[in-house]
Design a protein around this ligand. Structure first.
Ligand code: ZN
Length: 489
């Protein structure tokens, strides 16, 4: 253990999944050809007036409800003033004094010392609505090294900023927080969370303090984190840098640092602005946002089951292990697929576990190998359900089922038609199997002798022989029974 305790807070910006921008009708498509989705409002022309996007409020409300935040049903927008080329109005419409949500928490899971899972609440300071800025690109990012490009497609895209309290005490906790938050936003369908496109962005603030000290140390903000790995690596580097400073008796300066992926270090960007540097004042072009009970009720009704609740239900109601439940609730689509498959079956005993194995091992395995999501699965839930049914009623063996599944995955066809076409039905006719067993016994005198001499293992060779002759179609339980009977004669 080092001398210092790490204190981490996170600011998260999520671009919302609306069709249009926050205050104008332009399409929310920041990745389109540069400057193709712009208008006088998002270009900040004098005299243009913003109109708030209702869908964006719905999505923001869904998020604060999920966090259990206090909702300010009368909230206001403010102007945050600063100059930057990607901010054509020279102010960003944001919220400060009365944000949409205050407080609330995200519950993260951490491995406990005794192997159990410990829950920890990371408190939220506030959740507020704002708009994104444009995007500048310079030199080597473009084909022309001497030019700069300012793309305003992103200018005015609805943004939700989620500000945590400094409640995380390790890089692992910060990582768990990011993963949990991302999974929640995906379940809530408020953002597509594509970090590589900047649709979800993290900023961390880090400080150190001697163990046992209550007062926080000086914090440093780290920006330019465009992947989970960047957050992890930058936090480690920043903790090491501050540790070294403190150990040598120097002080940490409050500032904003940029993560440099190439050198693996954080580099100073500017001294940190204070809130008063932005000269916040109420946005005069927007009336206060008033959310009535009916609006809230409508959003509440649209809330999905959240990941952790679903995970716990998979364990308690379906009897899945914590590992399987976590795997099958990784995304809402996977959990939906699993449940749809289960619903297509009569609730036979063990179906939950059998289907879980098929989805987790065979389906997700194949999908991952082909870089596809479960939505793109060539095998529909009902088709997988039918396959499981055909194993259950003895039509095909578990071994053959894998071959059938492969064919289903490649062709998208039903299990039944593949089984019929390939003649794969399980052989459960004891007359036919008896004859095959006899032939295998006659052809393997050595194995028979060993088995009779007490070598149990040799029995497996005889079963294998029958399976080979029947191309895996023989009912294994019946083969065991017939072989034993014939060998005891
Ligand atoms: Zn616009």
């Amino acid at each position: 253990m080092t001398k210092y305790e790490t204190v981490i807070g996170m600011e998260v910006h999520a671009e919302l999944l609306t069709e249009s921008k926050q205050f104008c009708g332009c399409a929310n498509e920041p990745m389109a050809a540069p400057n193709t989705h712009v208008c006088p409002v998002c270009l900040g022309f004098p005299g243009s007036l913003p109109v708030l996007n209702g869908k964006s409020v719905d999505l923001s409300l869904r998020t604060v409800l999920a966090f259990g935040s206090k909702i300010n049903t009368d909230c206001i927008f403010e102007r945050k003033n600063y100059f930057y080329p990607d901010l054509p109005k020279a102010y960003q419409i944001s919220q400060r004094l009365l944000p949409l949500g205050e407080g609330g928490f995200v519950e993260i899971e951490m491995p406990g010392e005794d192997g159990t899972t410990q829950l920890k609440r990371v408190g939220l300071h506030d959740v507020h609505m704002e708009e994104d800025t444009g995007k500048s690109q310079h030199g080597q990012e473009l084909s022309d090294a001497d030019s700069s490009l300012i793309d305003y497609n992103r200018s005015g895209v609805p943004l939700l900023e989620i500000v945590s309290s400094p409640d995380m005490r390790s890089v692992e906790e910060a990582e768990s927080y990011m993963n949990t938050l991302r999974q929640m936003l995906l379940y809530l369908e408020v953002s597509d969370c594509k970090m590589e496109q900047g649709r979800l962005r993290f900023e961390a603030s880090v400080s150190l303090r001697p163990h046992g000290q209550e007062e926080f140390g000086t914090r440093v903000e780290v920006k330019n984190l465009n992947s989970m790995k960047a957050v992890r690596d930058s936090l480690r580097a920043e903790i090491a840098r501050q540790t070294q400073l403190l150990d040598s008796g120097a002080t940490v300066t409050q500032q904003t640092m940029l993560w440099d992926e190439v050198s693996g270090t954080t580099q100073p960007m500017r001294s940190k602005e204070q809130a008063h540097d932005y000269r916040y004042f109420p946005e005069p072009d927007l009336v206060p946002l008033q959310i009535d009970e009916a609006w809230l009720a409508r959003v509440r009704d649209s809330m999905p089951e959240l990941p952790r609740v679903r995970r716990e239900r998979f364990q308690s109601a379906l009897g899945l292990s914590p590992y399987d439940a976590a795997l099958l609730t990784t995304t809402r689509d996977i959990a939906d697929y699993y449940e749809a498959t289960l619903q297509s079956l009569d609730k036979a005993d063990g179906a939950a576990k059998t289907v879980s194995n098929w989805v987790a091992n065979e389906l997700l395995g194949r999908l991952n190998a082909e870089n596809k999501t479960v939505v793109e699965s060539p095998v529909a839930p009902a088709q997988l359900g039918e396959l499981v049914k055909l194993i259950g009623d003895g039509t095909i063996s578990g071994k053959i089922a894998k071959e059938v599944f492969d064919a289903m995955f490649e062709s998208g066809r039903d299990a039944k038609s593949i089984i019929e076409e390939r003649g794969l039905t399980q052989m459960s006719d004891s007359g036919e199997l008896e004859a095959i067993c006899r032939r295998v016994i006659a052809a393997n005198p050595k194995a028979v002798e060993d088995y009779k001499g007490g070598k149990e293992k040799s029995f497996g060779a005889l079963v294998g022989g029958v399976m080979k002759e029947t191309k895996g179609r023989a009912n294994p339980a019946l083969v065991n029974e017939l072989l034993k009977k014939q060998l005891s004669q």
